[in-house]
Design a protein around this ligand. Structure first.
Ligand SMILES: Cc1cc2nc3c(=O)[nH]c(=O)nc-3n(C[C@H](O)[C@H](O)[C@H](O)COP(=O)(O)OP(=O)(O)OC[C@H]3O[C@@H](n4cnc5c(N)ncnc54)[C@H](O)[C@@H]3O)c2cc1C
Length: 250
């Protein structure tokens, strides 16, 4: 169930560089509960450029308003982990953007607003194996999905990071074959994921395909999965998490 009309204050507990191009921020969020969906995401609302304090937004259908009338920028982020009232979010380090700039300077005690969760991971029908593919923006959700796969499940993970130092441990009880791709131009050149996925030897049986990455890469693989591999809609969640050509803030 989409619970993104719920809003909460989120206070930074810690902020560290997890890998050279990924920041890990742990928030304390009273009352927030997980949807239980492995790729669940929330919207974070950052302080306005004028420096106004965090305020809880009010959902207005497709948009949000704030009680003091001052707009705040919002961006979507995956929930990497939940531990009681502590919520972990991993944010890609990149050159420009409200979220990236806020993450670079947020300190313990910094306050923002977040929404309740929404998520889509999961096939409509039983499948034989899973293809989990992500660039750095989809990596937090991909690693959580892989961590939550049951023993006996077969999966191939194709994960694109900027360089080897951005790789993270893949913990899973499942039988996962992991392929790391290194793209030193991540954010400035097309993703390496489409070519790698097209070259992949797919496993036998029916797959579930989950992919989150740059919009052009996901458009390519959405079409490849549906047209070439005949993956039914209910067995594919292939979504652009950002666009190299423009600001995708929603
Ligand atoms: C459901 C969902 C879940 C997501 N989960 C995560 C997550 O867990 N971690 C995460 O880091 N991101 C995640 N994203 C992507 C994140 O919301 C976008 O990258 C967002 O645009 C970043 O906002 P910004 O303010 O930093 O940059 P923006 O103001 O949106 O963009 C400014 C400029 O930066 C470029 N840009 C945006 N993102 C990147 C990037 N990652 N690398 C290089 N250039 C970029 C844009 O093309 C634009 O030119 C998720 C997106 C969705 C839709």
């Amino acid at each position: 169930m989409d619970r993104t009309n719920e809003t909460y204050f989120a206070d930074v507990v810690s902020n560290e560089l997890l890998t050279p191009h990924m920041r890990r921020i742990v928030f304390a969020v009273d009352g927030w509960t997980s949807s239980g969906i492995a790729d669940e995401w929330v919207r974070l609302f950052f302080p306005s450029p004028g420096g106004e304090d965090a305020a809880l937004p009010v959902s207005q259908g497709k948009g949000w308003s704030f009680p003091d009338g001052v707009p705040r920028e919002g961006r979507w982020y995956s929930v990497r982990a939940i531990d009681g009232a502590r919520l972990t979010i991993d944010i890609v380090v990149h050159e420009s953007g409200v979220a990236a700039a806020w993450a670079a300077t947020a300190e313990p005690g910094s306050r923002i607003a977040i929404t309740g969760p929404d998520g889509r991971y999961g096939a409509d029908v039983a499948v034989d194996w899973e293809l989990i593919a992500a660039d750095m923006t989809g990596l937090p959700a991909a690693l959580r999905i892989l961590a939550e796969l049951p023993a006996g499940r077969r999966a191939i993970a194709v994960l694109e990071v900027q360089d080897a130092a951005d790789e993270q441990p893949v913990n899973s009880a499942a039988d996962v074959e992991v392929r790391w791709l290194h793209n030193p131009q991540h954010g400035h050149a097309p993703s390496l994921l489409p070519a790698a996925i097209r070259d992949l030897r797919w496993l036998d049986g029916s797959p579930y395909v989950w992919m989150s990455a740059e919009a052009a890469a996901t458009r390519d693989i959405r079409s490849f999965a549906r047209r070439d591999k005949k993956v039914p809609n209910g067995c594919a969640h292939v979504v652009g998490y950002w666009s190299m050509r423009r600001n995708t803030a929603r």
